[in-house]
Design a protein around this ligand. Structure first.
Ligand SMILES: [Zn+2]
Length: 206
């Protein structure tokens, strides 16, 4: 388990669990309120990260609905934590989404605001949550490039989302990917710096 502290924001990263997914708990230390980012792998791994940090997250901020980001959702929702996402993503079952968010919304976790950024491509409703200099990008970024997409059209949409939204973030931003199985470093940093360097390499696929 690793912890990053940035002012009142604390980010707890645990796992990997499930299919090599990161577990993120975000905490506002000024109020003690917290949220899960996604619901990957084993519920106990998610809960243990929160317990170790001394918090009881009140929300689940879903980056997208893929099966490896949602298997713990029922267990985590049982204690009345609403799950938020852009809309009913492919993979989300009936009743799993409690509130839809839209581009530009601010989701509150205590006194912290997480800005909702629409980044379609990896999935139609893929969402990045930005708090301060930290961006939770789900599978939109893998280290060194875009996350896997289902076909060339989706890949082009994903690259357009990355270019429009994630490249627009200040350079000091840290992007926190949902998966670590492709990571070359310690797992928490996705590839936006590499992407900036490689930008010229992304040509339209035919
Ligand atoms: Zn995914």
């Amino acid at each position: 388990m690793e912890t990053v502290r940035d002012g009142d924001l604390e980010i707890v990263m645990a796992g990997p669990t499930g299919y090599g997914n990161n577990v993120f708990v975000v905490i506002d230390r000024s109020s003690g309120e917290a949220a899960f980012i996604d619901a990957p792998g084993e519920p106990d791994v998610n809960v243990a990260a929160a317990v170790a940090a001394g918090v009881n997250p009140a929300k689940i901020l879903l980056t997208h609905g893929h099966f490896d980001h949602t298997p713990a959702i029922e267990a985590l929702k049982k204690v009345r934590r609403p799950a938020l996402c852009r809309w009913r993503e492919p993979g989300l079952k009936d009743g799993q989404l409690d509130a839809a968010v839209k581009h530009g919304d601010e989701v509150k976790v205590g006194n912290l605001s997480f800005r909702v950024v629409s980044v379609p491509g990896h999935t139609p409703g893929s969402t990045t949550y930005v708090c301060g200099k930290h961006a939770f990008v789900g599978d939109t970024l893998f280290p060194g490039g875009p996350g896997r997409s289902k076909d060339n059209a989706a890949l082009q949409q994903e690259i357009a989302s990355i270019t429009r939204e994630l490249f627009a973030l200040p350079r000091r931003h840290h992007d926190l990917a949902g998966a670590r199985r492709h990571h070359h470093d310690r797992g928490e940093q996705a590839g936006i710096r590499g992407l900036r360097r490689q930008r010229a390499c992304h040509r339209p696929l035919r």
